[in-house]
Design a protein around this ligand. Sequence first.
Ligand code: ATP
Length: 534
Amino acid sequence: MEMDKLVSLCKRRGFLFQSSEIYGGLNGFWDYGPLGVELKRNVKETWWRDMVTGHNDRLTLAGAPSAYEMSGLDCTIIMHPQVWKCSGHYDLFHDFMVDCRETKRRFRHDQVCGRWVQHGQQRIFVAAEEGEQQADAILRHALKFFQLRNKDADQLQWDGSVVSLTTLESFEQVLGPDAKTLGTLTAPREFNLMFKTFVGALSGEEGAAYLRPETAQGIFVNFKNVLDSTRMRIPFGIAQIGKSFRNEITPRNFTFRSREFEQMEIEFFCPPAHSPQWYQYWRDRRYRWYTELGLSKDRLRLRDHHVEELSHYSTGTADIEYAFPFLPEGSFGELEGIAHRGDFDLRSHMEGKLDPNTRPLAVEKDDHGQPRWRGSGKELSYRDELTNERYVPHVIEPSAGADRATLAFLCEAYCEDQAPDEQGAMQSRVVLKLHPRLAPIKAAVFPLVKKDGMPELADEIYGELKRSFVVFYDEKGAVGRRYRRQDEAGTPFCITVDGQSVQDRTVTVRDRDTLEQVRIKIDECSAFLRERVT
Ligand code: ATP
């Protein structure tokens, strides 16, 4: 599937628009249109239902060490600035950027790649931005620099494969993306990804605050509140869905890397001794969630981090990754990370920011031997009433992005195939084969023609279904054309009222994917949908 086809469908049918488009848009910000908002809500509601409200805490689920409880939270976007100091985001949450003095473009250091090439006496590193056409871009750029034609490409002597700019010590011989001269890239500089703002009338550092870059910290700082206000016992999980903000250096690939996005996060608290099994459970459970909702196993993988890739305190992290069509063949993009975070977060909020380089973890000190960032001083350990044991729980964190999941479901669903028109002739159609639970519209109701009592009957069905489902009424144009419009929107069922309906109160229901039509009683429409779309 070519990505531009999906992008154009999203715009044409109202899934996604560029934010502030009439003013030229704002890079890294996206608006969900009438169909998009329903789709994304369904992604979030399906997650919430499957992970939180629908979770049965009386059962021990397959792969889980025991039964467990789940609950939710909805925390503020702006929190006490100390939260980000103790969480590590204030000191550590940055990317490195490089600027090009010639093109004035800015890149993320680790997202520029290139290849060494020699022509005559000169050996240079030709750089391009990471992406689909990267190999082509490098070749074209090298030819242009050495003023060679395509047919002279064999005069270039390539040295090694494409590597990241991060492998280079100096940029003197680097030809930056789209630059004409060598050595225009600046040395990498740190760039904190948190958006800064000011609370109240104070404009100096005193009033400085940050838009949260993740929802997780709201859960950690409320751990004690949840414990004290519920009767939950460990193991239990707390879930939150909400906006997060990161001032990404190079937002791109549609909504994949945005500056404002939504996360769906769980912090799962468990006894330290059982944490490896819980980590395994969540890693597998979360992978299954995506496949159950239609992502194909060919395009979805669960990748365990190598030891060097793990955050200092994590004993295990896995990413669930999807082969998005905008990535080069064989590349995957992260949908969700599942991390074993040990007791790093609760202890940091209790004792003060921990130094990730210490073993066992100890509070980070400043030059005067004082804690670099003071914790809350509140007791965040847990006493097990049955065993009387007291410990700081370990945390397993499945952290997903609602926008990336929505985008993956859209990419997977996009399909072009053939369907017969009214005369039975095959016509090509665009169809979004979204899982019925995710589809923005669950059913469309059509009177075959606008007369003979059909619209009245269709109105009756529409009114009844609308009480429980998102349904759509359409009586305009040929019925084949109406089917096509619903196929493009991903609507799984089309209910058509025809001449027979007026006689015997039955309708035809057309299935979006199989194109099969069945005749059912009007009174059974609600039950029919409930069984298939919820
Ligand atoms: P990446 O390496 O792609 O920047 P990350 O490892 O920093 O992602 P996490 O901090 O683990 O991401 O965030 C958890 C989830 O939040 C990600 O798996 C992703 O689904 C989502 N997410 C993170 N950054 C963005 C973004 N800029 N735009 C959209 N979703 C994002």
